[in-house]
Design a protein around this ligand. Sequence first.
Ligand code: AMP
Length: 382
Amino acid sequence: MSFPLPPNATIGIIGGGQLGRMSAMAAARLGYRCHILTPEDDSPAAQVAHTVIIADYEDANALRAFAAAVDVITFEFENISADGLSLLEHLKPVRPSPAVLRISQCRIAEKTFLNQTGIATAPWRAVASEAELDASIAAIDLPAVLKTTRFGYDGKGQALLRTADDAARAFAELGGGPLILEGFVDFVQEISVIVARGADGTIAAFDTVENRHRDHILDLTLAPAPIADAIAAEARHIARRIAEGLSLIGLLAVEMFVDSRGKVLVNELAPRPHNSGHWTIDACPASQFELHIRAVAGLPLHPAIRHSDAVMKNLIGPEEAALWPEILATPGLIPHLYGKAEARPGRKMGHVTRLFPHGALPGAFGIATALGPLAADGALPD
Ligand code: AMP
């Protein structure tokens, strides 16, 4: 089948979480079917998709059967192995390309690519031994953050080094390598930009947003980010340059720090829909999920227009999931639940969006008031 995919074509999504669920819902609206590959029974994505294969991501027979059943392959979970990726890319188009995945899967490859593209990051060194860690500390200075190069998320696989005494313990705790040491960024804000790029090179970048974390997990996204216009524009410019540098076909989230001098440093790339873009479902004519599907299916990209300001609040763990009845009873809160059977601590169960007229995002007190029952949970901006 050739691009653009016609209605009723099948999009294969690797991963069964909420990002796959919301991608499949956007795909259904555009007339496509989704086929999900996930090891999980009763996954959030499979609940709303056409078909599902329940298998391990490394199961070669399952990957072959999955590829045979779809017209294009994309993902919402990017830690599939290099072998799995090579198998898939020989069978069906994979968008974004495995080359993009290989960069984003490894913090060293990612930072090397960014710096070669002229994009600023925290200073960093690859660390394969304790001796290299000592040399890297001498070069970068403390405090610094030691991270595993792969499979880190929500603050897992990283340790803050305050003094030289922390080094040996952190090295042992993180499994001994391969690791990366990054200079600690004394950031004033964490921001992100979601950018889509089509096969024809068209780029659409959503507005820069601010992300507030609690216990290393995204808690609130404010759209647009309450920052100087020049910084917001710089962040979007950086995201566009990265999408172009990667020859991306698909969607990419760029997580960035703003330091005390207003400099923008890139922290991480995710070549898929991202939690910090969930507000786009309610505040934009075409959401991050729709742009993801449009890019992957070879449709024209819709511009990343925002008709409203928005606050997105994640519903995390059993305490916030328990607020569901109050959320439903509060006018103006737009509810999204992911269909997960069990609310474990730290697990993202759903999210809520609150819209404001364009240009009217309130300050901390107004946001707290607008979040109603969720504000009582302590989830307030400073
Ligand atoms: P990451 O897994 O790289 O996204 O990091 C998770 C969180 O840890 C980030 O959102 C930051 O809040 C914090 N963090 C990560 N790297 C650094 C750094 N180099 N300097 C300061 N904070 C960091």
